[in-house]
Design a protein. Structure first.
Length: 203
């Protein structure tokens, strides 16, 4: 399997997309808002609903948009790392409060996002034999599932408690559907922009 690794220009583009996504996410979802939406408004069990239905899909949009625009291997992972690093830096510099249950802005947060980015990249690389839409959907579902399991195993036992076994099928099912949908949305919405960029490069 031949890899087409990102160059300096694509790397800068991916880092910029990740950084912009982090700032947007930070101010779009202030501390406690995700928990309130998932549990008080939608009545979903936890922990993990916010990760699988908000954080994960948002990260998919960031990471796969970077990959879609650059068409280079490594773009999704780089954008994910830039997201985690920028989010952490902004939170610490500005002293912004975050939900302690998710440990946003911590070393563990960065590690889980790195796992997410690795899974997203793996889905794109190993899915190269699929039609492009399915490839992005596979990557989105795989990355979102890895992110949720990482939170269940590493983060939530120390902050929110273990997820109940009876809630796992529902939460994982929603997580995978959200990942598939997010991957498809990236593929669908980025097609015109990807074509425009390709034309510019040819010129």
């Amino acid at each position: 399997m031949k890899l087409d690794v990102i160059r300096a220009r694509e790397a800068a583009q991916g880092a910029a997309i990740g950084a912009a996504g982090a700032v947007l996410f930070l101010f779009a979802f202030p501390a406690g808002s995700i928990t309130t939406l998932m549990h008080a408004v939608l009545g979903l069990p936890g922990p993990g609903a916010g990760i699988g239905l908000v954080l994960g899909p948002f990260l998919i949009l960031v990471a796969l948009t970077s990959a879609r625009l650059s068409r280079k291997d490594g773009s999704a992972l780089l954008a994910s790392l830039a997201f985690a690093a920028t989010y952490t830096l902004v939170v610490r510099l500005l002293g912004i409060a975050t939900n302690p249950k998710g440990q946003f802005g911590s070393a563990v947060f960065i590690a889980t996002i790195a796992l997410f980015g690795t899974a997203a990249e793996a889905g794109l690389v190993f899915g190269k034999g699929l039609k492009e839409a399915r490839r992005y959907m596979l990557s989105g579902a795989l990355a979102n599932g890895v992110l949720l399991v990482s939170y269940w195993v590493v983060v939530f036992p120390r902050t929110a408690g273990w997820v109940h076994g009876r809630d796992v099928p529902l939460l994982m099912g929603l997580c995978l559907v959200a990942g598939l949908a997010s991957g498809y949305i990236v593929w669908e919405l980025s097609r015109p922009l990807a074509r425009a960029l390709a034309c510019i490069e040819r010129e």
